[in-house]
Design a binder for this molecule. Structure first.
Ligand code: SF4
Ligand code: SF4
Length: 328
């Protein structure tokens, strides 16, 4: 990684980007153009409920891919002066040494803002360095609480340290999957929620996903889910929890003003499309073709909250842009 140049300036044009001109390019309502950049595959945790298969949860980007990805991101077209939000994910971004040495400085040299997903397992000193590097440009921290690997107290001590160091405008959200423990109970999640809220953080619960959909909670477990989530219909409406909604048949601007970028520099319109090996937009080295407008969602579940929270989906109100619970 040592020979990788850091971008010093940005450009309004890129040979790597083609934007077709047929139809409305951006959603005709307030929205936040966003890239989810899966900067690494590897993760230092191994959660039993991880939706990423172990086979794919490994590896770091090559120097070439990283350099080309930063160039691509720097040159993304800016509508009405509004920068893109680049949300770094993994695996676990902080498990990659190049994250703080290369990725973050590279992004800070662009016009865009940064958000990140993290399991918050790195030392507080590393989080403090991250806060210094991104100060004033850090939009959302999605901190995932994994009760298989940490305790709420330990996690929250670290999160409070981060909160003390970031700009006051940075939004911090605690994600937590509604995972039954080995006795089939969700009590631990409820206790964690109380601890998180008690220390002044936003708690964003998520239904557990399994291959092919959502985990089949028992009736008793659903009662416990309701204790955490509250009224399910209201939570679905306000999206105060990730209930794996369906937006089938709606117009969706992913691929145009939102995309997923892998560590190898492959771009896909959304995570679900990628899972089905669809929505491929190209690679940063050979050119990425952003869609010239919306596509019609053909998927039964929209498992990731980010496209909805960034205003990409027809009928999902922009007021929810502030409800940025973003999970992995
Ligand atoms: S759920 Fe997140 S923290 Fe857990 S193994 Fe998967 S990527 Fe890592
Ligand atoms: S799954 Fe979600 S993000 Fe993907 S096309 Fe459908 S609505 Fe859009």
């Amino acid at each position: 990684m040592s020979g990788l140049p850091i971008l010093q300036s940005t450009s309004l044009t890129s040979q790597n980007i083609e934007v077709s001109d047929d139809g409305p390019v951006a959603p005709p309502w307030p929205h936040q153009p966003t890239v989810e950049w899966q900067v690494v595959g590897q993760c230092n945790y191994d959660c039993s409920y991880c939706i990423q298969s172990k086979k794919h949860r490994m590896g770091i980007p090559s120097d070439d891919s990283l350099r080309a990805s930063l160039r691509f991101l720097a040159a993304l077209p800016v509508d009405d002066g509004r920068p893109w939000e680049v949300k770094t994910t993994g695996g676990e971004p902080f498990s990659f040494r190049g994250f703080l040495d290369l990725v973050v400085p590279g992004l800070m040299s662009t016009r865009h803002t940064l958000s990140t997903l993290t399991n918050l397992s790195v030392p507080s000193s590393t989080l403090a360095r991250f806060a210094r590097l991104t100060f004033g440009r850090l939009q959302v921290v999605s901190a995932s609480l994994h009760l298989e690997h940490t305790t709420p107290e330990h996690f929250l001590d670290r999160l409070e340290g981060l909160r003390d160091n970031v700009d006051g405008r940075t939004r911090i959200v605690v994600n937590c999957v509604l995972v039954p423990d080995d006795k089939g109970s969700l009590d631990a999640v409820k206790k964690a929620q109380d601890a998180v809220v008690g220390r002044g953080f936003r708690f964003f619960p998520q239904l557990m996903k399994v291959k092919g959909g959502v985990f089949a909670y028992t009736k008793e477990q659903m009662n416990q889910v309701r204790l955490v989530v509250g009224d399910l219909a209201l939570a679905a409406q306000t999206r105060s929890a990730n209930l794996a909604p369906a937006y089938t048949g709606r117009r969706c601007w992913t691929g145009s003003r939102y995309l997923v970028l892998t560590k190898e520099g492959d771009a896909y319109s959304c995570r679900t499309a990628k899972r089905f090996d669809e929505g491929f937009l190209g690679n940063v080295k050979n050119g990425i073709h952003l869609s010239g407008g919306p596509r019609i969602c053909s998927y039964a579940i929209c498992p990731c909250a980010v496209p909805a929270n960034r205003g990409m989906i027809e009928g999902v109100t922009s007021s929810s842009l502030v409800n940025a619970g973003d999970e992995e």
